[in-house]
Design a protein. Structure first.
Length: 231
């Protein structure tokens, strides 16, 4: 026996989980956190680990391949404040990033964000490395009809690429692109799709898994398009 204890089956996030995260925002000190750490472990960390495992199983059934190892996917609650002006030591949200190989810096992600101020799922390419982003842009240029069809399917489902991470000017080498909407797509620094997750949904384990699998299924064509460009 290797001593591995799988996380409990995912049943959803409790009201106590959100209360803990909200209280943590007002108690950014080690003494408070250590006194309330059992709540964090029981109501936040363990359910998030269970979600990652259960979601991985559901995604595999849809042939959407992500590494769903909680130890690699879940972000630590402790912040890295070495290079930050904000020296508060703890995050006030919980999150997990799924990639194909389990490395968080790998291009193409499915991200889950649990937050009293607003939870969401996101998928796509967040700030890929310059060579990767250049390759994706070149594939957009080479296969405009493919990306238009992918974005059309997203919009039909009420989703669209986030537009707030964008260059003011068309990147070098792509200035002559037509039509204008394609030029706007090439100015994006991230290709990310987001869907809000309600508190009610997060409390229902089965419903949340269904919602996340549906979201991943819709975003998967964006991921495949980008992966094909990068590879």
């Amino acid at each position: 026996m290797n001593g591995y204890n799988p996380p409990p089956a995912f049943r959803g996030f409790s009201a106590e989980a959100f209360a803990f995260l909200k209280d943590l925002a007002d108690n950014q000190n080690r003494e408070w956190f250590e006194a309330h750490k059992p709540i964090y472990e029981r109501e936040v960390k363990e359910p998030l680990a269970g979600l990652v495992v259960s979601l991985g199983q559901a995604l595999a059934a849809k042939n959407i391949d992500f590494c769903c190892d909680p130890k690699r996917a879940i972000f630590r609650i402790h912040k890295d404040v070495r290079f930050s002006k904000d020296k508060k030591p703890y995050k006030t949200n919980a999150g997990a990033t799924l990639t194909r190989d389990g490395e968080r810096r790998s291009p193409g992600v499915l991200y889950i964000h649990v937050d009293p101020e607003g939870s969401f799922a996101a998928g796509g390419f967040y700030r890929p490395e310059p060579p990767q982003l250049h390759a994706i842009r070149r594939r957009i240029m080479a296969r405009p009809e493919d990306i238009k069809a992918i974005l059309g399917s997203l919009e039909a489902s009420g989703l669209r690429l986030e537009q707030d991470d964008i260059l003011k000017r068309t990147p070098s080498g792509f200035e002559a692109v037509e039509p204008p909407e394609l030029g706007a797509l090439l100015r994006l620094k991230s290709l990310i799709v987001r869907r809000a997750l309600s508190r009610k949904l997060l409390a229902d384990g089965d419903a949340l898994i269904v919602e996340l699998v549906d979201f991943a299924d819709l975003v998967h064509p964006v991921l495949r398009f980008g992966w094909a460009a990068i590879s």
